[in-house]
Design a binder for this molecule. Structure first.
Ligand code: F6P
Length: 323
């Protein structure tokens, strides 16, 4: 193997830069040239790539986002887009590709590998919904940002005897909301998998108020049907039913742009090195992830288009701890 390309695709995630650094330096260490592709699959189609040196990936381990840029490409979903990408890889003499990203991105990896080009995926998304790994790069940071927001809102909530609705990201997966809610001591956690109705939220807030609480936190995952705006509307038309005065905060992309935690930097570094090792051993067509503390290689064909459910035990835990 003489040259590889690396790209980041889909929603950016804190730790992507650390993964790019790890892949690049591991490759250079084996005298393999590295091309950094700009803005994901679209950059591959448009042939926007440059050689990366060890210096090019210096000073980025602590920075969120991805210095290569990221995008969601419609063209790559078409066979024509994939053919253009393959031609560009061949013209430059690139032997393999490393794709850092989540579900949609790794479905793209599976498609490219399916036509015979060696691809290795690295599990990275703040949503942690990727099949074939227990953890994904970026999720720990997003949890920590959400928990920081919860802590701050609880402080001001206590001063004013208020309850806060805190809506975080996660697309259709409740993992981020669930873990942040548990770590932040939330009174209610509502996720797409275990949605709590506005009526039930009101009941639980009233009960918390009657137990003498001076604040309450309701964490909502992005994918719930009754989101912060709809719950606020519900409470406004049923004034005072929660006991507390209510406010809502929608965190949105704030949870995605933070500097990576040490956990995410280490995970990204380990997965990045493992991706290169896999290619060097002649193993491609796999997602590099971590399961039960071990680095794993799961066939891309198995993970494409699939998501990982969150544990049902967590919701029960959240309910007990909210008392
Ligand atoms: O997949 C990561 C994620 O941040 C999701 O949590 C969210 O639903 C989505 O991306 C937002 O996408 P965009 O940045 O394109 O608005």
């Amino acid at each position: 193997m003489k040259a590889i390309a690396i790209l980041t695709s889909g929603g950016d995630a804190p730790g992507m830069n650390a993964a790019i650094r790890a892949v690049t330096r591991s490759a250079l260490n084996r005298d393999i040239a590295v091309y950094g592709v700009r803005e994901g699959w679209q950059g591959l189609i448009d042939d926007r790539m440059t050689r990366l040196s060890a210096r090019d990936v210096g000073g980025i381990i602590q920075i969120g986002g991805t210095f290569l840029g990221s995008a969601r490409s419609k063209e790559f979903r078409e066979e024509g887009g994939r053919s253009k990408a393959l031609r560009n890889l061949a013209t430059r003499g690139i032997d393999a590709l490393v794709v850092i990203g989540g579900n949609g991105s790794q479905t793209g990896s599976a498609a490219l590998h399916g036509v015979g080009f060696p691809v290795v995926g690295i599990a990275s998304t703040i949503d942690n919904d990727l099949y074939g790994t227990d953890v994904t790069i970026g999720c720990d940071t997003a949890i920590n940002v959400t928990v920081g927001a919860i802590d701050n809102l609880r402080t001001t909530g206590s001063s004013h005897t208020r309850a806060f609705l805190v809506e975080t990201m996660g697309r259709n997966c409740g993992y981020l909301a669930m873990m942040a809610g548990l770590a932040g001591g939330a009174e209610v956690i509502s996720t797409p998998e275990f949605e709590v109705s506005a009526f039930e939220i009101a009941e639980r807030l009233r009960a918390a108020y009657e137990r003498g609480k001076t604040h309450a936190i309701v964490v909502l995952a992005e994918g719930v049907k009754e989101n912060a705006a709809r719950i606020m509307q519900y409470f406004e038309s049923n004034g005072g039913m929660a006991g507390f005065e209510l406010r809502a905060t929608v965190l949105g992309h704030v949870v995605r742009g933070a500097p990576p935690t040490a956990f995410d930097r280490l995970l990204a570094t380990r997965l990045g090195v493992a991706a290169l090792t896999s290619l060097a051993e002649g193993v491609s067509g796999v997602l590099i992830g971590e399961q039960r503390g071990e680095i794993t290689r799961t066939p891309l064909a198995e993970i494409a288009g699939r998501t990982k459910p969150i544990s049902t035990n967590l919701i029960e835990l959240a309910r007990v701890l909210a008392k």
